[in-house]
Write a protein that binds this ligand. Structure first.
Ligand SMILES: Nc1nc2c(ncn2[C@@H]2O[C@H](COP(=O)(O)OP(=O)(O)OP(=O)(O)O)[C@@H](O)[C@H]2O)c(=O)[nH]1
Ligand SMILES: [Mg+2]
Length: 363
């Protein structure tokens, strides 16, 4: 029987070490995966998450200028230089295996003119400075330990629209876990407030309000809440995340008058279409910096430390967090105001344990 391998499909650790697990999916798509299986057999180190996240020593390159990685385009990156101009650069072979992300502070050299291919940028990134923070989520399959989202941010602002697409508190809890793991501040930004009646108190958010999670109701249409957000941005690097179509890019355009970041329409199924396709570093002069990101479908917490759950669900007694699966959210004796919070805890608790074989380091 042929069994196709799909992204996100969970497999056992020993499966990963067998070459034929990749062979089963047929010839066309399997070459890259075959190669990766071979690498796993011969060079486990290269898939160690510590190794993936560790950066080569930047000390030998301190004499070179430093810039900030503002956008990635496969093997080429945009950099904001110290004098705030934009340059394009290729990546040096020295950085092979290093995943650079938006927000990384990089050292770059100007490639000698004679070595230059006129179709390529004239600069080359040779080193990455140590990261102050690194935002990551669980990888979408076993070969990818983590998905790195951005570096050197101070806060996550997770955006959720009141409608189009519908408000899903589950994503907010997941984002809170990512923020805690990365040591970032965390705020919920409710967007499109103009699309619901002012009488609608958004009860979906009550459980979060009761846990004192900062929630800001905004509308790019009426400018509600925009001034407050600008104040909160002061001297910070803030990354905006959320489902596609919730209005992240529109919010940035509202916070930075004059910016014309592309925004999208809702599809007729009420889901966004990923108008933003790669993360982007956007300075807001006089305030701080925003990082726009592509809409996310799911935010995996696979591999994160279950200890973080105590901070996301402080309303539950510590002993519940030791084995939440022993509890029944429907059990009236538990006296739960929000049984869905216990169901949510159970889902996250199970998912966190599903560590993939390459996620052997918690950071
Ligand atoms: N009424 C109203 N519409 C809004 C508001 N903010 C965004 N929209 C609309 O929502 C749609 C999607 O906005 P985007 O800013 O492209 O959403 P996004 O989150 O950046 O989406 P991706 O880039 O796909 O992740 C656009 O049609 C916006 O005009 C708002 O405050 N009020
Ligand atoms: Mg966008």
């Amino acid at each position: 029987m042929t069994r196709k391998f799909r992204l996100g499909q969970s497999r056992e650790a020993q499966d990963l070490d067998s070459r034929d697990v990749y062979a089963r999916e047929g010839k066309s798509a399997s070459k890259r995966r075959q190669q990766s299986a071979e690498r796993l057999q011969t060079d486990i180190e290269s898939h160690d998450s510590d190794g993936m996240l560790a950066l080569p020593d930047a000390a030998p390159w301190l004499h070179l200028p430093e810039g900030i990685l503002t956008q990635r385009h496969s093997q080429i990156v945009d950099i904001e230089t110290e004098d705030r101009s934009q340059i394009r650069a290729t990546l040096s072979g020295k950085l092979k295996g290093v995943k650079l992300v938006v927000g990384d502070r990089v050292r770059y050299s100007v490639v000698p003119i004679e070595a230059m291919d006129p179709s390529l940028p004239t600069c080359q990134v040779v080193a990455v400075s140590p990261r102050r923070t690194l935002l990551k989520r669980g990888g979408i399959d076993d070969r990818e330990p983590w998905q790195l989202m951005c570096a050197n941010a101070d806060e996550i602002w997770v955006c959720a629209a009141v409608v189009d697409p519908p408000l899903r508190p589950g994503l907010l809890e997941r984002a809170q876990i990512l923020a805690l793991a990365a040591g970032l501040g965390f705020r919920v930004i409710v967007t499109k407030r103009d699309k619901a009646s002012p009488k609608d108190t958004l009860p979906e958010l009550d459980p979060l309000r009761e846990q004192d999670v900062p929630i800001h109701e905004t509308s790019a249409e009426t400018a509600q809440g925009i001034g407050d957000l600008l104040e909160l941005l002061k001297d910070k690097v803030v990354v905006l995340i959320g489902h596609s179509g919730v209005g992240k890019s529109t919010l940035i355009n509202a916070l930075l008058p004059g910016s014309r970041i592309k925004t999208g329409d809702m599809s007729r199924y009420g889901t966004g279409r990923q108008t933003t396709t790669s993360a982007q570093w956007i300075p807001v002069p006089g305030f701080g910096t925003l990082i726009d990101t592509p809409g996310i479908r799911a935010l995996s917490v696979r591999g994160f430390d279950r200890g973080l759950l105590a901070h996301v669900f402080p309303e539950f007694p510590p002993e519940w967090l030791e084995d939440p699966m022993a509890l029944d959210p429907e059990d009236e004796e538990l006296g739960l105001d929000y049984p869905e919070r216990l169901s949510s805890l159970q889902r996250l608790w199970l998912e966190m344990e599903e560590r993939n074989p390459n996620q052997n380091v918690f950071r």
